[in-house]
Design a protein around this ligand. Structure first.
Ligand SMILES: *Cc1c(COP(=O)(O)O)cnc(C)c1O
Length: 383
């Protein structure tokens, strides 16, 4: 037999097929029943999922919307942030949607740097970014690690600012024992398929314990009408799809188990990679529970491209989250921040490398990923 014939199968960066293999029959049966009932827009399945997800997050209300980006924009609008003179502080390193949604709401994003060890908003940098025009703070629980919520909540309280959690990457994570979603005035989630809780398509939600904000969100997501034909404000069509709600309700029951597996995989990576001096591994402070949406290591920037080639040759999937800080994208050049404005965010853009992370990852896959990464650095030493 030729050697190439026994080459191990590639390790994908994410593997949704592995997840759906286990849930396929349950999902198909539920979706089929719903198609038979023609229950497609809002209605029972959306209400049931909203109730279950609010209870899961430990808050009073959940409003299902079209996606995680609109969740942020609608949360801002529902809380009264919708004018160009209103500023919203956003971390400089996040998925672009956290900042784009501020513009969609009609307000202005102001960036602040992250803490280099945790990749989340630096409370002291946040304070420096606040001006008399600031109305809200968006704390992003990036990669599944809750931001430094205690100091951030204190700053919001002292300055009279709204606090929104962008929890698109952190379903089920905890800070000080409290689940994300219940740590600010509102929290937003994405159910994009590869998120910790993902639909079979797009979806999103806002959770809040404010009854007024929840009522405004329900109106805004459905043509500005609290009841049929009663158009009180100019709203949007941004509802969580009813078939997706059904699928999400099925998957929500597995979320804790999946997050536990992600954490176990992170420990396994840590054991295998901590001896590789060139790598910085993700930190997980003891006051919070990481749910590892992504497993992002940092490598010397001069090595990153060669390491990626080495991984690709070994069939190991990987990604960059994200290769540009917000101010480094063309879309946000209009904010006028020069290169060097946010050193920690820029360093993260230059050095971050995401390794495969999903609940169904096997021990032998983790071994192969870890071996491929460490062999790159071993090879460098000896050559
Ligand atoms: C995925 C994501 C979003 C946007 O969610 P969509 O459902 O893709 O619109 C916003 N913020 C963060 C941090 C995300 O990871």
């Amino acid at each position: 037999m030729e050697l190439s014939a026994v080459k191990p199968r590639p390790v994908p960066f994410v593997d949704l097929q592995a997840q759906h293999a286990l849930l396929r029959d349950e999902i198909l049966q539920a979706v089929q029943g719903q198609i038979d009932r023609c229950d497609f827009v809002l209605g029972r399945s959306v209400e049931e999922f909203e109730r279950a997800f609010a209870a899961y997050c430990g808050v009073s209300h959940c409003v299902g919307v079209a996606n995680g980006t609109e969740a942020i924009a609608l949360a801002l609008r529902a809380l009264g942030v919708d004018r160009p003179e209103q500023e919203v502080v956003v971390p400089a390193m996040t998925f672009v949607a956290s900042a784009a949604a501020v513009v969609h709401a009609g307000a202005r994003p102001v960036l602040a740097d992250i803490r280099p060890e945790t990749f989340t908003l630096d409370p002291s940098k946040l304070e420096q970014a606040i001006t008399p025009r600031t109305r809200a703070i968006i704390a992003v629980h990036l990669y599944g690690l809750p931001a430094d919520m205690e100091p951030i909540r204190r700053i919001a309280r002292e300055r009279g600012l709204l606090l929104i959690e962008d929890a698109a990457q952190a379903h089920g994570a905890r800070y000080g024992g409290v689940r994300v979603g219940g740590l600010g005035d509102a929290a937003t989630f994405s159910f994009y398929p590869s998120k910790n809780l993902g639909a079979c398509g797009d979806g999103g939600a806002v959770v809040t314990s404010s009854t007024e904000a929840a009522a405004r969100l329900r109106t805004l997501r459905d043509h500005g009408a609290p009841s049929k034909h009663d158009h009180q404000v100019i709203g949007f069509n941004s509802r969580l799809d009813a078939l997706q709600a059904t699928i999400l309700a099925i998957k929500l029951r597995r979320l804790d188990e999946w997050n536990d597996l992600r954490r176990a995989h992170a420990r396994a990576y840590e054991e295998r990679l901590r001896g590789t001096a060139a790598l910085e591994l993700p930190s997980s402070p003891p006051d919070r529970e990481h749910v590892f949406h992504l497993y992002v290591v940092r490598v010397p920037s001069r090595d990153r491209d060669r390491l990626r080639e080495h991984l690709a040759a070994a069939g190991i999937g990987h990604g960059l989250h994200y290769p540009h800080a917000i101010h480094q994208t063309r879309a946000f050049a209009f904010l006028g921040y020069p290169e060097g404005s946010f050193p920690a965010a820029e360093r993260s853009a230059a050095c971050g490398l995401s390794l495969p992370m999903y609940p169904e990852l096997t021990e032998s896959q983790i071994d192969r990923v870890s071996e491929a990464v460490s062999s790159y650095f071993r090879g460098k030493r000896t050559s």
